[in-house]
Write a protein that binds this ligand. Sequence first.
Ligand SMILES: Cc1ncc(COP(=O)(O)O)c(C=O)c1O
Length: 441
Amino acid sequence: MTAPEPDIPAAYAKSATFFGRAQKVLAGGASRDTVLRTPHPIYAAEARGSYITDVDGRRYVDFVNNMASLIHGHAYPPVVEAVMAQLQRGTAYTFASTTEVIYAEHMVSRSRAFERIRFVNSGTEAVMAMLKAARAYTGRPKIAKVEGAYHGSYDYAEVSQNANPGNWGREDAPVSVRLSSGTPQSVLDDMVVIPINQPDAATRILDMHRDSIAGILIDPIPHRVGLFEADSAFVERLGAWAKTAGALLLFDEVITFRTEYGGAQQRFNVAPDLTALGKIIGGGFPVGAIAGRADVMSVFAANGGPARLPMSGTFNANPITMTAGRVAMEHFDAAAVRRLNALGDATRAMLRELITELGAEASVTGAGSMFRFHFSSQAPTSYRTAYLDKQKKARLVRFLSDLLDQGVMLADTGAGMLSTVMREEEVDRLRRAARYSLQKQ
Ligand SMILES: Cc1ncc(COP(=O)(O)O)c(C=O)c1O
């Protein structure tokens, strides 16, 4: 152990003061639970590239990249320049914007499954629109989802997001568990929960709702489930089931789009009917999108009468997001995706070697440019094996807090998401901080 113990109270004094002020005006102290931490959040002052500086002047390597949304790190100069130019021309109009058309052409060119696209302002909205589109297209009410998967804050998508041993029921027949109190029973009844990577159990459950399922919602590398890949056999079975039952296959690629030029869906022999997108496609600005088969996406089209699914949004496809997103994605070309994934491979390998060297009771999952640290010697293979009991949670909190003190920032799940401006130097910082923390545990 080489690093000195930092003087924590003094080091975070300004952040502590800001949180005192925040608690008097913001419900729960912040508008976004993700930034909350005990005893107080850390307040950012500025960020550039791979680094973020807090209001107390402490500098961190940022492996969170605003929850995987900043594919080129902070304040990426080509995006900054393009957005500054667009700012002078206006930020939103009630005319259609050419920036939307030009960006849509780029996004549609990235995947054959994206025949049509629509932009919204968050991943939550994208998933919501996708589920509503599946219902509008099929005329059916129910959606199936994987236990533990995070799909944003739409009532239906939230079901069983944080199911726990006290309420989750049998693994091969998971219970639909409400996230927020007050969620109507009807929402739970319309969500069918399946276990990941268990095709037999999943299809048995789906069969019980055969005529009422509009779509099967799946994140191909679900972060909160454990950040391991959905098996191709599992996804392909779901796709085949959907086809014969007249339901749709719905991919949530809000995070995973970063793993391939055309999204993680490129890795499977089955194409989704619809895909929800978000995060990196906004170039650092709020965004979401729904893309997919032209006939399914036609639910949004008015064609002289009311659309089957009318959808507006004051800031949908605003020219700032469209400009930032287009520049960011044009710079995230196939070569950039390959380079970033190679850095992801190297980072996961480095962490695994470190765990072996130290004999730590830990493991690492992930794919592409993402990794997640787990305090279990066996890498989890299901939501239930990735579930953090009190003891594992406490170890993770200590680990992350030690990393922060060493100037390295990971997400509160123990996950990290790389950006194209990161190099071996940043990965080496992570190695040194992780070594320090693991030895201290
Ligand atoms: C897989 C997935 N879907 C949907 C969302 C919701 O996106 P947003 O936070 O932009 O609403 C997230 C956000 O973390 C996500 O990870």
